[in-house]
Design a protein around this ligand. Structure first.
Ligand code: ZN
Ligand code: ZN
Length: 352
């Protein structure tokens, strides 16, 4: 093959455009993979919109981060088809999950395996071409994790939604495993959280979700309960389902409303962990933070090491049972639209 196909984002708010370009030849430590599966993530919508609503009439723009045109896609699994002369430890035919969270390599975050927090990042699908393509170039074999027999399609979402929930659950400490966790949102991240919590050996999740179909999906994934948070007696129902003090709330939606509800639910010593970026702001009783000895913490993706841990954990236990909505890469625009309109249960994975 002399050309590859990719889907370009040419500007904010625009549809993706299919482009054929010359097949890249990997140089140095680069590795070329044939894409086997490309997960579609909510943050792809933020990237294509170009901004996130910070609440209080403020927005943050991705203007300075995106270099148009580029190929989105940061949940990629693929098969190695060519390696650069300095790429060691990978062989043609290896099936791998791509860790898209690539930092500058020089800052203090990068030097402590926290590349996902690098402020000069080179994330695949964000600042560099990603997986919405039939081939992708990865700069170094250390960003490839051998799938070891795991299905590449089910594995693709682990690179972002799996890693994000795993890293967030780890931040809950031992209590996240010893007591039921309250999980806000049963989208792709929420279903992943229910599953990964179970794989980690946790007691389980009480899920809050406004959409009845998604509540059903959460129960099918093994949630202890799935409750509509807008019901007048929602808080009592949640407390009954948890069956004890609430010490850990994971907000995977991240709106002003959900974070406020999450904080309100916390008992003494509790932690609200915000992962979602739906948008908005919350107001907060400051004395209650002290009285409850509460912690409000954010969590953004997870480290390359945590992704390796997650894959090893899954290889020793089982793959998360998250419904996968398979699409053709050719239908990328329709897939993004369905995700935006809330018509997706589980995760969308596109196959080139
Ligand atoms: Zn993502
Ligand atoms: Zn860095």
């Amino acid at each position: 093959m002399t050309t590859m196909r990719c889907f370009h984002l040419t500007g904010f708010g625009r549809a993706l455009v299919p482009v054929d370009k010359p097949m890249p030849a990997p140089v140095g430590s680069e590795v070329l993979l044939k894409v086997l599966a490309a997960g579609v993530c909510h943050s792809d919508l933020h990237i294509s919109d170009g901004s996130i609503d910070l609440g209080n009439n403020e927005v943050v723009s991705f203007e300075s981060r995106c270099n148009f045109p580029f190929t989105p896609g940061h949940e990629t699994s693929g098969e190695v088809v060519a390696v650069g002369p300095d790429a060691e430890g990978v062989s043609i035919g290896d099936k791998c999950l791509v860790c898209s969270w690539i930092g500058c390599g020089a800052c203090s975050f990068c030097q402590q395996d926290q590349e996902h927090l690098c402020t000069n990042s080179r994330f695949l699908g964000v600042n560099r071409d990603g997986g919405y393509a039939d081939h992708v170039v990865v700069p170094h074999p250390r960003y490839l994790i051998d799938l070891g027999g795991i299905d590449p399609v089910s594995a693709a979402p682990l690179a972002c939604s799996g890693l994000t929930t795993y890293s967030a659950l780890k931040k809950g400490g031992p209590r996240a495993l010893l007591e039921p966790v309250v999980v806000i949102g049963a989208g792709g991240l929420g279903l992943m959280a229910v599953n990964i919590l179970s794989i980690m050996g946790g007691k389980g999740a009480v899920v809050l979700e406004i959409d009845a179909q998604k509540r059903q999906a959460a129960l099918e994934c093994g949630a202890l309960a799935a409750i509509d948070p807008t019901l007048p007696d929602a808080d009592q129902q949640i407390r009954r389902a948890v069956g004890g003090p609430i010490h850990f709330v994971l907000d995977l939606v991240g709106s002003g409303q959900t974070a406020a509800q999450g904080f309100r639910l916390l008992d003494r010593g509790g932690r609200l962990l915000v992962v979602g970026m739906f948008g908005g702001a919350m107001s907060l009783s400051v004395p209650l933070l002290a009285i409850r000895s509460a912690t409000i913490q954010g969590s953004y993706i997870g480290s390359p090491q945590e992704l390796r841990e997650l894959i090893a954990l899954i290889q020793n236990t089982r793959m998360p049972i998250v419904p996968i909505d398979r699409r053709r890469l050719e239908d990328a625009n329709a897939a993004l639209k369905d995700l935006r309109d809330g018509r997706v249960v589980g995760r969308v994975v596109m196959i080139p």
